[in-house]
Design a protein. Structure first.
Length: 94
């Protein structure tokens, strides 16, 4: 599946209950009952997905990364993969 054809969304049932301190936050995972410590960019990504599924181009715009370089895109993809491993987001083909 080509990354441009992938749409990311919150896993159904995620409420994104969180608390922020300085540059970190804790987030409760409604599906697993786990609490995760995340950095603010990861939280911003999750909050961007709260409005509905987004592909990478729309996610970049939502996160003010419209002119993202390949390194920033790789970082975004790595963050999405890490959040998927925590059962917070999921991808689907368009």
């Amino acid at each position: 599946m080509h990354p441009a054809e992938t749409v990311w969304q919150l896993r159904p049932g995620q409420g994104l209950q969180h608390r922020v301190w300085d540059a970190e936050c804790v987030l409760y995972n409604d599906l697993t009952g786990d609490t995760h410590r995340l950095d603010l960019p990861a939280l911003e990504l999750l909050l961007a997905l709260q409005g509905g599924p987004l592909g990478l181009p729309d996610l970049c715009r939502a996160l003010a990364l419209a002119d993202a370089d390949p390194e920033e895109l790789d970082g975004l993809a790595a963050t999405l993969a890490a959040l998927a491993a925590l059962a917070l987001v999921e991808s689907k083909a368009c």
